[in-house]
Design a protein around this ligand. Structure first.
Ligand SMILES: [Zn+2]
Length: 251
């Protein structure tokens, strides 16, 4: 069984055919899917969907770095019942889309770090064009755990982040792109540090690039990682599923 550790199935792009999207995923061997929260406007949609598929879909709670708004709704929901979430996030730093809010992003990210510690939940961290400041923040803290989602850094970034805490690295469709430098980093990474993700509806792997992504595409990403690492797809499946189950405590 595969686990898609990052799939926004509550997005409007899936509204019309969510049932077949989930059937296609489970038929492709993707038995569990983690849905990272984006913003308060979609928390209810996310939670309703998770409640329809217990043991298959798992929600998280947090505020995406490109979103405005505040953390109070996420904090209220955690206070009301943190047990229904498997992670805090997605949170992070994005200097590509919203460089003008970087100070506020940093403040909100620190709040996510605190919540992760308070509730004993791992983080799901988004980093776009911001590895320098991100590594600095993680170094200052040193007691954090979670997933660096959509990892697009270098081997040096990977090693630096690993040193700061208990982190796994989410590898998605980007690894299949022709112009991607990610395979170089993946070649140097241990399978024990990798989890799979689609980031649906974005970033479809080859040969579906440019179309809506969905969790059923996870095996294409696993196959590419197996090719890069010169191992079997089954080894990638076993290792990445065990890594995700440990980090998110999906018994
Ligand atoms: Zn995301």
């Amino acid at each position: 069984m595969y686990i898609d550790t990052h799939t926004h199935l509550f997005a409007p792009e899936f509204e019309a055919d969510i049932e077949s999207v989930i059937v296609r995923a489970t038929e492709s061997g993707v038995g569990k899917m983690i849905m990272p929260a984006i913003s308060p406007e979609s928390y209810d949609d996310m939670e309703r969907l998770a409640a329809r598929y217990p043991g298959i879909l798992y929600p998280t709670i947090g505020l995406h770095p490109t979103e405005q708004g505040d953390m109070s709704e996420a904090e209220n929901r955690l206070r009301d019942g943190a047990g229904r979430y498997v992670a805090i996030g997605e949170c992070g730093l994005d200097m590509h889309w919203t460089p003008e809010t970087i100070d506020r992003q940093t403040e909100i990210l620190s709040r996510h770090f605190e919540l992760s510690r308070t509730y004993g939940l791992p983080l799901i961290i988004h980093t776009r064009e911001a590895f320098g400041p991100m590594i600095e923040l993680l170094r200052r803290d040193r007691r954090l755990r979670g997933v660096m989602h959509g990892f697009a850094g270098t081997v040096d970034d990977y090693l630096a982040i690993k040193e700061t805490g208990d982190f796994l690295f989410g590898i998605g469709g980007t690894v299949t792109f022709n112009n991607s430098r990610l395979p170089e980093a993946v070649a140097a990474m241990s399978l024990d540090d990798i989890v799979l993700e689609t980031d649906s509806p974005y970033l479809s792997p080859v040969p579906h690039r440019g179309r809506r992504n969905e969790s059923a595409n996870i095996p294409l990403i696993a196959a590419k990682i197996a090719e890069i690492k010169g191992c079997s797809v089954a080894e990638v499946e076993t290792a990445t599923t065990a890594n995700a189950e440990r980090m998110f405590r999906l018994g």
